[in-house]
Design a binder for this molecule. Structure first.
Ligand SMILES: C[S@@+](CC[C@H](N)C(=O)[O-])C[C@H]1O[C@@H](n2cnc3c(N)ncnc32)[C@H](O)[C@@H]1O
Length: 282
């Protein structure tokens, strides 16, 4: 397969990537046929996938506006993905042009495209790093140059922690990041979750099929229950309405048309839709 200009040298074009499949769900153009094929398999099992992803992006934008509205103007977005319409820096800098953003991802396409999109933006940068190495992120030149960790930061871990298996202890990783944040900082998080007692058996089968797709591409999807996701907020005070299905986190007039599915969308009520929350470091 020919390598398009936006794809960095050295990436394996025959292996699907999480960020490019996600880009495909969202209707983006930075994906290959292998990614689209994996995405189509997931969508066949779970036709609501693209709407869930739109709901996830819409939550992220609401949470960024929430942070900026409370004077938190620094954003550390880990697992930031391939920038698409309405990215963190666009929403944040629209709310307050002084906002500073550092994107972090371990996917070369996500990093290369972020770099291209951010060119000329002095208040935003991108770092190629792994969430499983928080110290490298915190000590990086990008974080040091753009963010002041003595002041509040909004740490975004949106749709990424479910790619970190239990054996890598994602709770310890989040705690390490939390401990580096000043009081008043925010944790903004979404996570694939099966609502206990809510999912029907046939939904369970669909989830297993989606998990199979991600396992075959080498990035297992770890859905977690509500209690295990809530543990990521240890040391934070939950902002109302707490940890809830993604579209239920402060839906409102701030959502532009097309921002995502309605809160009562049956697909999103099915249990696999995932949960969202924002916590504040006291
Ligand atoms: C589903 S996308 C979410 C993108 C964005 N946060 C959003 O919600 O719109 C997950 C992203 O996390 C990245 N990712 C997964 N595991 C990671 C890790 N260990 N370190 C850094 N990035 C990771 C993937 O490359 C991908 O870009």
């Amino acid at each position: 397969m020919e390598r398009p200009g936006w794809a960095p040298q050295g990436i394996d074009l025959s292996v699907p990537s999480v960020s490019r499949i996600y880009d495909y769900y969202l209707g983006g153009s930075h994906n290959f046929e292998v990614d689209r094929e994996a995405g189509r398999r997931a969508i066949r099992a779970f036709p609501g996938m693209p709407r869930i992803m739109q709901a996830n992006r819409a939550f992220m934008r609401r949470a960024v506006r929430y942070a900026a509205g409370r004077g938190v103007t620094q954003f550390l977005d880990i697992g930031s993905g391939i920038p698409t319409f309405g990215s963190v820096h666009e929403v944040a800098q629209e709310a307050d042009p002084e906002c500073r953003v550092v994107y972090v991802d371990h996917d070369p396409v996500a990093v290369a495209h972020s770099r291209a999109v951010l060119e000329g933006n002095e208040r935003a940068g991108v770092l190629s790093a792994d969430l499983r190495k928080p110290a490298e992120i915190l000590r990086s030149a990008e974080v040091g140059g753009l963010l002041d960790l003595e002041r509040p930061v909004a740490l975004l871990l949106v749709a990424v922690l479910h790619f970190v298996p239990d054996e890598d202890d994602p709770w310890a990783l989040v705690a390490e990041l939390r401990d580096a944040l000043a009081p008043g900082s925010l944790l903004v998080l979404t996570h694939a979750a099966t609502a206990a007692g809510q999912a029907k058996p046939e939904e369970g089968e669909k989830v297993k099929e989606v998990q199979h797709v991600y396992r075959t591409i080498g990035s297992p999807l770890c859905t977690r229950d509500h209690a295990d996701v809530a543990r990521f907020f240890d040391g934070f005070t939950m902002v109302e309405p707490g940890l809830v299905p993604i579209p239920l986190w402060r839906p409102g007039p701030g959502d532009a048309a097309g921002e995502g599915p309605a809160a009562d969308d049956p697909v999103l009520a099915a249990g696999f839709a995932g949960v969202a929350g924002v916590g504040r470091r006291p």
